[in-house]
Design a protein around this ligand. Structure first.
Ligand code: NAD
Length: 343
């Protein structure tokens, strides 16, 4: 089995090389992202392995299909970068539905604590032998209300962490889980009552720009927004305005809607063209990390293991594991439920 591995980073290689050696898989590592222009690199490969910012649109799928590629293996959970309907009937797409919800939830809390207790400022100050405390006053999380949007695997771990801090938790989910023991409320109520809001739902047409110019007016004044899900849940330009209008007191972001052009790369010493990103970075109450919430040893190990297992299952049994839903429209008679395969 030959697999074209796009958007390779140094930290990806050890786990995949080890797994590849064990199961006779040859990984061809490419630093470039998968795009219409780079799809040709997959020539001679049975599968491609991609990450969050690779492009898997109709044109790319068409090119891969023409090259004889049979499987797209996402080494991530979210699949908003895949045109699922264009893939249906042509190329199977599998993903890693869970690798460490703890990694992402703990990073969300790390960002929140950094922001609330001004750790990023204190760290720099002390390194400069400035031991003054002026401007570093934070507040207790204990007793504050946190609103969690999306109560799946990551959202629920984040809720447990918040409960450990003695926070009151409000939850919103399009598909609430009645057994989760959560206080589900309408989204407007969550927006109105929360001191902190953390997003853990997928990016879909429905959740695109969930935070926008209009919904920002519904937020409690002084709210802190946390986004470790997908950038486009938040309209970044509206976020800047909301911060300037002092409605949003801080934003902690691991994702950004235009991240694919910049994240995971070193632009130090360069001029970044994205003015909204530059504005966000310049604001003292915005903390931005470069889509690193997943990046723990445990998560990397699980990602490599599950991805390799997904690839093997497909080529050895013909039945894909962890295949995503192509929304083929045949809800009444889901073929996968009957035969284990969508096509
Ligand atoms: P999950 O599928 O377990 O949970 C998602 C939850 O969102 C589900 O409960 C679902 O019902 C809910 N949901 C779906 N549509 C919704 C809507 N319109 N409004 C509100 N809730 C809705 O997924 P997860 O593993 O908890 O991951 C959540 C998201 O985190 C992923 O979609 C991915 O985008 C993001 N993620 C980010 C990183 C990172 O490194 N920053 C890593 C992994 C995942």
């Amino acid at each position: 089995m030959r697999i074209a591995f796009f958007d390779t980073k140094d930290y990806d290689k050890p786990g995949f090389l080890k797994a590849g050696e064990k199961y006779g898989m040859e990984f061809r590592f490419f630093e470039t992202k998968l795009t219409e222009d780079t799809a040709a690199l997959a020539a001679g490969c049975d599968a491609v392995c991609v990450f969050v910012n690779d492009t898997v649109n109709a044109a790319v799928l068409e090119r891969l299909y023409a090259l004889g590629v049979k499987l797209v293996a996402l080494r991530c959970a979210g699949y908003n970068n895949v045109d699922v309907q264009a893939a249906f009937g042509k190329i199977h797409v599998v993903r890693v539905p869970a690798y460490s919800p703890y990694a992402v939830a703990e990073h969300a809390m790390a960002l929140l604590l950094t922001s609330v207790r001004r750790i990023h400022k204190a760290y720099n100050r002390v390194r400069d032998f400035n031991f003054s405390l002026n401007g570093l006053t934070g507040f207790d999380l204990h007793g504050k209300t946190v609103g969690v949007v999306g109560t799946g695997k990551i959202g629920r771990v984040f809720i447990d962490i918040c409960r450990g801090f003695g926070m009151r938790v409000l939850a919103y989910d399009k598909f609430p889980n009645p057994d989760a023991g959560l206080d589900y409320v309408e989204l407007d109520t969550l927006f109105r009552e929360s001191d902190v809001i953390s997003f853990h739902c997928p990016l879909t047409e429905e959740t695109y720009h969930l935070v926008n110019g209009e919904s920002i007016r519904k937020l409690k004044k002084g709210v802190i927004l946390l986004n470790t899900s997908r950038g486009a849940l938040i309209d970044a330009a509206a976020l800047v305005t909301g911060i300037k209008e002092r409605i949003i007191s801080a934003a902690c972001l691991d994702v950004y809607e235009e991240e694919s052009d910049v994240f995971f790369r070193d632009f130090s010493g360069h001029i970044v063209d994205d003015d909204t990103l530059a504005r966000l970075i310049s604001l003292p109450n915005v903390i931005l990390t470069s889509h690193q919430a997943f990046l723990t040893n445990e998560a990397l190990e699980n990602i490599a293991e599950t991805t390799v297992k997904n690839i093997r299952a497909f080529f050895e049994t013909g039945v894909p594991e962890n295949e995503l839903c192509y929304r083929c429209g045949r809800i009444e008679e889901c073929r996968r439920d009957r035969s284990g395969k969508c096509f």
